[in-house]
Design a protein around this ligand. Structure first.
Ligand SMILES: Cc1ncc(COP(=O)(O)O)c(C=O)c1O
Length: 458
């Protein structure tokens, strides 16, 4: 008999899973104005709100914490981290930050001015928010295949390079300073970007003399997809693939709270010393000294270890197998899920799930709320609420797809938990005919509204 594969780790410490009654959850979600970001963690049974910052660190990461060097300048933990980053990415010029958006903010402080156009694939919401806050205009050039949720196109995170070239050609140099590609493409369903696509972007960046940066929170999952889906890469190691991926970019920003399996941290890294020198000034203003930006030495040490573990092929194989386990169970129950499955999450097609709820009443948010009431599973809306309003007209933006995202934290839940989640969603699916109205917005902030907005039933 062929022996089954299993997780390449065992569990040393546990924390409780909270259970609750349906009546309690109905009250809690109403008190939270139907916004799951307003729930407390004790009100949640299985938390699939995000895979960000909620992974389980290993014993080696915890012991690395104990060896952290908290020197203000020249901390050995920084040099340890820098060595690992250079080994994995090839970038020599590195400084830490406390989170991904902080790293983005520093990059944008150097690269972006008011009125700039920033082409890329679909930017992550806070990256887009930071650009719009600076009155720059992000342009989403993701391939059209990404909109077809059911086609098995292997790299739906790719950029359409004809569209990208049109934008570069038709805008004067001073309006475009850089291209940003997010790997994997979270907003398009955690879908990967192929090596061929990254190579083509490099070619265009050179031709039009603009910089090219990778927003790299899920860089290792992207490398896994290249290895398993792109011709010519099956025999290459994850390390080799990563070095090639990063070789096409001028620099990167990183939220360390995803593939680096940390609860905090991030960094910015460049190939070029001059760019580093310009950016590091802003790191000093916003985050701290060049070698201690925003995170303690102990976290830099744990991050260095997390970078190794997050890029380990056995770990990546087991992570991907859990994502597929949940996706396949949902499919088996007839639930419309985007395919191929993304790297960190399963995305449910909320419009097909709840066809009686009009787009203007936020069907994905309705489904998020129903899944919570059914079994205490917290998921997130990736639809019109997250897409926010057009910064100029202030009208609601309705993206092509209304998703409910089930993001899976790293090394936290077992496949039994995933089986429970699938059963909860199936129960909602069985009663979907009774769900025919949605929400209206009661209160919203000027930008990044979805974190705090308040809703009421129509
Ligand atoms: C591409 C990308 N960048 C940044 C972040 C967030 O960074 P942080 O968790 O450090 O706030 C995320 C979170 O999902 C992300 O998908």
């Amino acid at each position: 008999m062929k022996l089954p594969l299993f997780e390449p780790y065992k569990i040393k410490m546990t924390e409780p899973v909270y259970t609750s009654s349906r009546e309690e959850r109905e009250k809690w979600i109403k008190d939270a104005s139907f916004n799951v970001y307003n729930l407390t963690s004790e009100q949640v049974t299985i938390d699939l709100l995000t895979d960000t910052g909620c992974g389980a660190m290993s014993d080696r990461q915890w012991s690395a914490l104990m060896k952290g060097d908290e020197s203000f300048a020249g901390s050995s933990s920084f040099y340890n981290l820098k060595k690992v980053i250079t080994e994995l990415t090839g970038f020599e010029w590195v400084f830490p930050a406390h989170q991904g958006p902080a790293a983005d903010n520093i990059l944008f402080s150097v690269m972006i001015k008011e009125g700039d156009i920033v082409p890329g694939n679909s930017l992550f919401d806070t990256t887009r928010g930071l650009l719009e806050f600076r009155k720059a205009i992000p342009v989403d050039c993701t391939v059209k295949e990404a909109n077809d949720l059911y086609s098995w196109f292997p790299f739906k995170g790719n950029i359409d390079h004809t569209r990208l070239e049109d934008i570069l050609r038709n805008n004067p140099d001073e309006k475009i300073s850089c291209i940003i590609i997010t790997v994997t493409n979270n907003s398009a369903g955690g879908q990967p970007v192929s090596m061929e696509n990254l190579r083509a972007v490099r070619g265009l960046a050179d031709k039009y003399r603009v910089k090219f940066f990778l927003n790299s929170a899920r860089f290792a999952e992207n490398a896994w997809f290249i290895k398993t889906r792109e011709s010519g890469y099956a025999e290459k190691s994850i390390r080799e693939i990563l070095l090639e991926m990063f070789s096409y970019a001028d620099g990167m920003t990183m939220s360390a709270r995803e593939d680096s399996i940390m609860n905090t941290g991030g960094f910015t890294a460049f190939r070029d010393e001059e760019l580093y020198r310009k950016a590091v000034r802003f790191n000093t203003v916003y985050e701290g000294f060049a070698t201690n930006g925003g995170i303690p030495g102990r976290d830099m040490n744990a991050l260095a270890q997390g970078l190794y573990e997050g890029t380990d092929p056995e770990y990546l194989r087991s992570r991907m197998s859990q994502i597929s386990f949940l996706g396949s169970k949902l499919k088996e129950y007839g639930i419309p899920v985007a395919e191929p499955f993304g790297g960190h999450a399963i995305y449910i097609d909320a419009e097909r799930f709840l066809p009686m709820v009009p787009k203007e009443e936020f069907p994905a948010q309705v489904l998020v709320s129903e899944i919570y009431i059914e079994g205490g599973v917290r998921t997130s809306e990736v639809g019109a609420l997250m897409a926010d309003r057009n910064p100029l007209t202030r009208e609601n933006r309705y993206p092509v797809n209304e998703f409910v995202r089930l993001a899976i934290p790293r090394r936290v839940y077992s496949d039994n938990h995933m089986g429970y989640v699938a059963a909860v969603v199936k129960n909602v699916f069985n009663r979907k005919g009774t769900i025919n109205k949605g929400f209206r917005i009661k209160k919203e902030e000027p930008f990044l509204r979805y974190f705090t907005l308040e809703l009421e039933s129509v």
